[in-house]
Design a protein. Structure first.
Length: 357
């Protein structure tokens, strides 16, 4: 696994979010390192990693936006995944050594196809909604200060506690694809590949979802492909691949004056991620000094005709595409994102000041 080669930025990137379409075979930390080089700054962070084998949307924060990321980590996510029924692996994905070959024969006739589809629908329904999920043992969760994946790779047996997650929807994509893999004695073992779209809460392990689907069907399973297509209100279609981002930086270095890596401004990110409230100059000044405001600020009608209240906007947006629940973005009269606000002790308190005095 080699780190991606990217151009070095000629100027420091502006504070904001960077949406990257991560390729397979590189770590999320490799992408952060590449963004630091392209953005000519060390101040880059991420809002949730992807496994090396996974592709898709990785949200990075540059400059002051690194502090903004804390409130994006809990956003719901959507993935497209391929699950192989009939074979299990140590890591519950294609990167691990096979550990069991129970097989999943392809239905030979219409009746058996209907039976498998019926059992599949029932299994997916059982995994939808609020569930208790046991995370993958090969995960970054710490057990007595040591990453779980390290304990597993050192030969230890790790049993992690189940955690509450919510699977909003699991949708099969296309038809089942029968195939075969080589078993432990060289024999041919039948398997079936299944493509799924999964929309879930933060903290969900799609590998563990594949594992549990295999157990529900009695054949075992593992994940062979994973692509993250959405995080909160952001879609992978908006993201740049590393090659395009690097080319943008390289071209910008030749501008007069030089330009750098382009980011999504904090103000735009704030309006997309959270309900918004417009502040007076005095209110903005108070927040910039870390002072709280009356709670009524959070329920104020905006100045634009027909604009809904913050509460109505939050209800209309729905949980699926919003980030931190209960967070409201406050903007000064010039459209600058001043702070993220929360209701606390009857006041509108700044959870994060992004435009300090």
């Amino acid at each position: 696994m080699s780190r991606p080669r990217v151009a070095r930025g000629a100027v420091t990137a502006d504070d904001g979010l960077l949406l990257i379409d991560k390729p397979a075979g590189v770590t999320s930390h490799d992408v952060v390192a590449a963004a630091r080089r392209m953005g000519a700054t060390r101040k880059v962070g991420h809002a949730g990693t992807l496994d090396p084998m996974a592709t898709g949307l990785l949200i990075l924060g540059v400059g002051r936006a690194t502090r903004f990321l804390t409130h994006l980590v809990g956003a719901d996510k959507t993935y497209e995944a391929t699950v192989r029924l009939g074979q299990e692996t140590l890591t519950e994905d294609a990167e691990g050594e096979p550990t069991a070959w129970r097989g999943c024969p392809a239905p030979a006739d219409e009746a058996r196809r209907a039976d498998l589809n019926g059992r599949l629908d029932a299994a997916l329904a059982g995994l939808t909604g609020p569930i208790m999920q046991v995370p993958s043992a090969v995960s970054a969760i710490k057990v007595n200060g040591v990453r779980s994946y390290k304990r597993v790779r050192d030969g230890e047996e790790v049993a992690l506690a189940a955690r509450p997650v919510t699977i909003h929807a699991i949708t099969p994509l296309g038809a089942l694809r029968p195939g075969a893999v080589e078993g432990p004695a060289g024999q041919e073992v039948p398997v079936v590949d299944l493509d799924l779209r999964v929309t879930c809460s933060s903290g969900t392990y799609v590998r563990a979802l594949a594992r549990d689907l295999g157990e529900a069907l009695g054949c075992g399973a593992h994940l062979t492909a994973l692509r993250r297509t959405r995080v909160g209100p952001f879609d992978v279609a908006e993201a740049l691949c590393l090659d395009r981002a690097s080319a943008q930086v390289e071209a910008g270095a030749g501008d007069d004056p030089p330009s750098g890596l382009r980011t999504l401004p904090l103000a735009e990110a704030g309006r997309r991620c959270f309900p918004a409230v417009d502040l007076s100059r005095d209110e903005a000044r108070a927040l910039r000094h870390g002072q709280a405001l009356p709670q009524a600020v959070l329920d104020r009608e905006g100045p634009a005709p027909g604009r809904p209240s913050v509460a109505e906007a939050a209800r209309a947006a729905g949980g699926e595409h919003r980030a931190g629940r209960g967070i409201v973005a406050g903007f000064d009269p010039d459209g600058v994102l001043v702070a993220l606000l929360i209701r606390e002790s009857g006041r509108a308190r700044p959870a994060l000041v992004l435009s300090p005095a």
